[in-house]
Design a binder for this molecule. Structure first.
Ligand SMILES: [Mn+2]
Length: 467
């Protein structure tokens, strides 16, 4: 059996269902999964309902209905098959569409389509959902765009500066052929290209870190001025990257390259393949995959994943207005958190820097704040932030972030947090560059020291000379 056979088996199981319930995650990837699968299912005229969960655990399991529908778990489930078994679900009732590490359980053979065991490590669950939907009906290629958003939202394009493998060769290609995805091969590797004034887009970018520009809006503005780039429209509005002429883009990119070289930095992170959405309104966050994913994440983190789903289905009225509010709120709280981190300061250990923010900020945004604070702190050390969990006073949520340079030196935050949290009876996961965990509150101090030691071992293993 290959991956394609698994995709076929999943499609067959859906096509044979009388009724479907989709259980998905509240992040951009999970929201995209739900929108892809529920549209593909309803196009077959099979009744479909959706349930979103923050994570699949004993507490959230009762949200999954015990009816006769086929339960399709998307972007979660592979690692929680024990919960399905404990709930009494039979093999026939369950389909798992995931890209996380699978943990089979005894006595059950749930159908699962998962790209990970086949070595496709850079495809998200929205990608797998799309392949299943395309198998259901080859006319579903309008959904490829949604899969691109889910993949980019799950950072699948980050390490290689673009999507790779089947996510690139099948999904991006389908989207481009359909006309809803525009592939920009050597674009600037920068966030906010559809909505942020040019100089802010450059200043807020820290991958790559460019001296004089990163974290320096005025420096970025002067840099563009020296290049003779027109930054404002006659009415005073600031131009964004996506609308400036292609010659200006070339001028900016080569000047940034010179700046990096002058500082002895590598150029490998300057350019990326990016994905634009030409059918969306110009200068809105729906115009490119990264910013679109932020809109979905904002909806999920403020407990309105259905609003994100409505936008993916084409609602540009009330749902879009609600999402804009959430996005504004999302950004202002993150800015506030960022300032709190900078003002309070972090404690430095040998291999990490850390801070406990208590119960001041929602646990769903602490990781994002940590990532943004990193470039303003010592970015050669991963950052670890702890916060309270509102639903459970005995638990602490841990978020860690680092950057590509540190990952290249052998750091794997997913591995560090998963193994350290397991030692204290908690759990964790994520990616090399960004990971999270839940631990008992009583273990906080010891845990930080344990992670510090694991990171030291990772540095040492990758580079025996490192101390
Ligand atoms: Mn995912």
């Amino acid at each position: 059996m290959g991956f394609c056979d698994d995709v076929k088996a999943a499609a067959e199981q859906i096509a044979a269902a009388q009724e479907v319930t989709i259980i998905s995650h509240i992040d951009a990837d999970g929201i995209a999964c739900e929108a892809i699968l529920s549209q593909a299912v309803s196009r077959l005229e099979i009744p479909v309902k959706s349930v979103f969960v923050r994570q699949l655990e004993p507490l959230t399991m009762p949200q999954v209905p015990a009816d006769s529908s086929l339960k399709v778990f998307a972007d979660l489930g592979a690692g929680q098959q024990n919960l399905m078994r404990d709930r009494g679900f039979t093999d026939k009732e369950i389909l798992i569409i995931d890209h996380h590490v699978s943990q089979p359980v005894e006595g059950c053979q749930y159908t699962q389509v998962n790209c990970l065991p086949y070595g496709f490590t850079r495809m998200s669950a929205a990608g797998v959902s799309y392949l299943v939907s395309k198998e259901l009906d080859s006319a579903n290629t309008d959904l490829a765009m949604l899969a691109v958003i889910g993949n980019v939202g799950d950072m699948m394009a980050r390490e290689k500066c673009g999507l790779v493998g089947p996510a690139r060769d099948i999904i991006v290609e389908d989207g481009a052929r359909h006309g809803s995805v525009e592939v920009r091969k050597k674009d600037l590797n920068c966030y906010g290209t559809s909505t942020r004034p040019l100089h802010l887009s450059l200043a807020y970018n820290d991958d790559p870190f460019i001296k004089g520009i990163t974290n320096n809006p005025e420096g970025a503005r002067q840099f563009l001025k020296r290049l003779g780039i027109r930054q404002q429209a006659p009415d005073g509005r600031w131009y964004v990257w996506e609308e400036i002429p292609v010659e200006d883009k070339r001028t900016v990119i080569s000047a940034l390259a010179e700046q990096l070289m002058a500082n002895g930095e590598k150029l490998d992170r300057l350019l990326a393949e990016t994905y634009g959405f030409p059918l969306e309104t110009p200068r809105t966050p729906l115009r490119n995959a990264q910013e679109y994913a932020t809109v979905l994440n904002a909806c999920g983190r403020w407990s309105k994943p259905q609003v994100g789903g409505a936008i993916l289905r084409g609602d540009r009225g009330q749902a879009y207005r609600d999402a804009e509010h959430m996005l504004t709120n999302h950004r202002s709280i993150i800015r506030d958190l960022l300032q709190f981190i900078i003002d309070t300061g972090v404690k430095e250990l040998e291999n990490l820097q850390w801070l406990h923010v208590g119960g001041r900020y929602p646990d769903t945004i602490v990781g994002i704040g940590a990532g943004m604070a990193l470039s303003k702190l010592n970015s050669s050390k991963p950052i670890l932030i702890m916060c309270e969990v509102p639903e459970d006073r005995n638990l602490t949520k841990v978020s860690m972030r680092t950057n590509e340079r540190v990952v290249e030196k052998g750091i794997d935050l997913q591995q560090a947090l998963a193994s350290a949290s397991a030692e204290y009876g908690g759990g964790g996961g994520g990616h090399k560059i960004a990971a999270g965990a839940y631990i008992p509150k009583t273990a906080e101090q010891e845990f930080v020291e344990r992670v510090n030691r694991i990171l030291g071992e990772q540095f040492a293993a990758a580079c025996p000379g490192h101390r």
